[in-house]
Design a protein around this ligand. Structure first.
Ligand code: NAD
Length: 519
């Protein structure tokens, strides 16, 4: 049966006006896309890494030239303030390219490793070999960076890539495709499939050599299941419910400013946004008062003077409303913002920045991921209590501790079950490509950025070289008469004080035994 290609209509989340139409990729073209990818892999993987990096550099320079234009597209498509597109989406992407340009050759060069004495005469190496076709599926909240960073790492490592950007921000998806096209990447090395979850699901069914997925826990689990059927390795970068812990000796002004930005940047649609603040009781009131004051002074809109943009995905507005209603019904107090029924959403999707108090862990707002500008604030009394509260979550993406006491900060940080912890700061680990990025618990499987970012897209291969001059090895056949010799060799070798003369004698007597020919 002929497939019907409904056009994807694109509406601005901030103004409600129709801004574009996108033709989705037909499902029937998927086998051809894979075939092209596998064909291109033959030459791309054989290109010396330095040559592959020339393409990345060309792309970086193109992006530098087009920075403002790209920011405009992201802002329009996602309804975010342009400065957030520039600082938190474009900059980290270009910085990732620089990082790859600088470190990929060293990271992916084979390295020699130690060979133990027991294996004398041999040499050991680790080699990195590209995997093949990588499928990258991405979300809409940082639509440039979350597509491009895994794509770029996979390409630099010698793979070809099929990318499916989010259908919620299709203009950014098209923009990324054009950038790669203009940068002149060879045909088939990077291909884009535009469309929704059916397309994503169909792409995962074609046995890619690796799936790199960023998105919700729900979809992550579905993809994990499909991948498990064929033992396809995956990285799953999923959601979060990140706690912020403010101790009584913290720089309160900084902590409040940090909470404000950590919770409301990108309208709270950040996997690692601050979603729960625990404040030590002696400073709780002051913290809350300052937070309310500053929240009320924030400007909402998408003009250059504004701080908080629109929600991007209309469905998220309903989820946030449901969580907020649940909290209010269970006794939560609105310190700023309005009840959901007073939100002026519909055509546009602006949710007022909302501070909640009198909340507890029985409420959805403290348990489920809130992709919106809502921040619950809770007092606590002891270190043990707050560590338990922070860890009382299915998620474990990021967390932060605020105090001037470095020792205390490290002590608490070491007990938080999260992929990252920042001290007196929020979100920022993601901006350092030397650090691994990823989650604990339901927040994901695997790490990327830095060395991990390149190595996950390679088969890590152990190589051991023997000159091949000896006819046999001590552990090879025949076994006859060797057991007691091995026993004595190992008991000496692994003892507290090995006797090396004895070791030599025993080792060479084993060689002799191995060289015997059975009649
Ligand atoms: P989503 O899971 O709904 O969609 C993500 C992508 O998966 C989209 O491209 C979508 O089309 C595709 N998809 C949906 N169903 C699919 C299926 N069955 N098979 C294959 N592909 C499928 O997530 P979203 O709403 O786009 O993004 C928001 C979520 O992403 C939040 O939970 C957020 O925390 C998470 N996120 C995580 C990180 C991280 O790095 N850990 C970063 C950003 C966002």
């Amino acid at each position: 049966m002929e497939e019907i290609h409904d056009k994807l209509e694109v509406f601005s989340p901030a103004t409600g006006e129709k801004i574009a139409e996108i033709v989705p990729t037909p499902l029937k073209s998927i086998p051809h896309i894979y075939m092209k990818s596998r064909h291109a892999f033959q030459s791309w993987s054989n290109l010396p890494i330095k040559e592959r990096l020339h393409y990345l550099k060309r792309l970086r320079l193109l992006m530098v030239e087009r920075m403002d234009e790209i920011a405009e597209v992201i802002s329009k498509d996602a309804g975010k303030v342009k400065i957030e597109a520039l600082v938190a989406d474009i900059m980290p992407t270009i910085d990732a390219i620089k990082h790859i340009e600088k470190h990929a050759v060293k990271t992916l060069s084979g390295r020699k490793v130690t060979t133990p004495l027991m294996l004398m005469g041999k040499k050991s190496y680790v080699h990195y070999m590209p995997r093949g076709t990588i499928l990258v599926i991405s979300p809409w909240n940082y639509p440039l960076q979350l597509s491009m960073v895994p794509i770029l790492n996979a390409l630099a490592a010698g793979n070809t890539v099929i990318a499916k950007p989010s259908e919620v921000t299709p203009l950014v998806g098209a923009c990324i495709e054009n950038l790669f096209l203009e940068a002149g990447f060879p045909e088939g090395t990077i291909q884009f499939a535009h469309g929704g979850k059916e397309l994503g699901a169909a792409l995962t069914e074609q046995k890619p050599d690796y799936i790199f997925f960023t998105g919700s826990v729900r979809t992550g689990k579905m993809i994990g299941e499909v991948a498990a059927r064929d033992l396809i390795p995956t990285t799953l970068e999923l959601g979060g419910k990140d706690p912020m812990i403010v101790l009584r000796d913290a720089n309160l002004e900084r902590a409040v400013n940090g909470a404000l930005w950590g919770a409301f940047t990108n309208s709270g649609q950040v996997c690692m946004s601050v979603e729960r603040v625990y404040v030590e009781r002696p400073v709780y009131k002051e913290f809350l008062m300052l937070l309310k004051e500053k929240t009320k002074s924030m400007r909402q809109g998408v003009q250059s003077q504004d701080d908080i943009g629109s929600m991007t995905f209309p469905k998220q507005v309903d989820i946030v409303a449901d969580q907020l209603e649940d909290a209010l019904n269970k006794g939560a107090v609105l310190e700023t913002g309005t009840p959901p029924k007073e939100w002026k959403t519909g055509q546009t999707h602006f949710i007022p920045p909302t501070i909640l108090s009198n909340v507890d862990h029985s409420m959805k707002i403290m348990k489920e991921e809130t992709f919106g500008p809502v921040l619950p604030v809770v007092p606590f009394d002891t270190e043990e209590e707050v560590i338990a509260l922070a860890n009382e979550s299915e998620y474990g993406l990021n967390s932060s501790v605020w105090t001037m006491d470095r020792e205390k900060a490290s002590r608490i940080a070491s007990r938080l079950v999260t992929g990252a912890v920042t001290i007196n700061d929020v979100l920022i680990t993601v901006a350092n490509h030397h650090l691994p990025f990823g989650g604990a618990k339901q927040s994901g499987v695997g790490r990327y950025h830095g060395e991990h970012g390149l190595k996950i897209f390679c088969h890590e291969k152990a190589i051991m070289i023997d000159k091949g001059k000896n006819d046999t090895e001590i552990q090879w056949y025949p076994y006859e008469g060797k057991y007691t010799s091995f026993l004595s060799l190992f008991q000496n070798y692994f003892s507290a004080k090995p006797n090396w003369i004895r070791f030599g004698k025993e080792y060479f007597s084993l060689i002799k035994l191995s060289k015997r020919n059975r009649k």
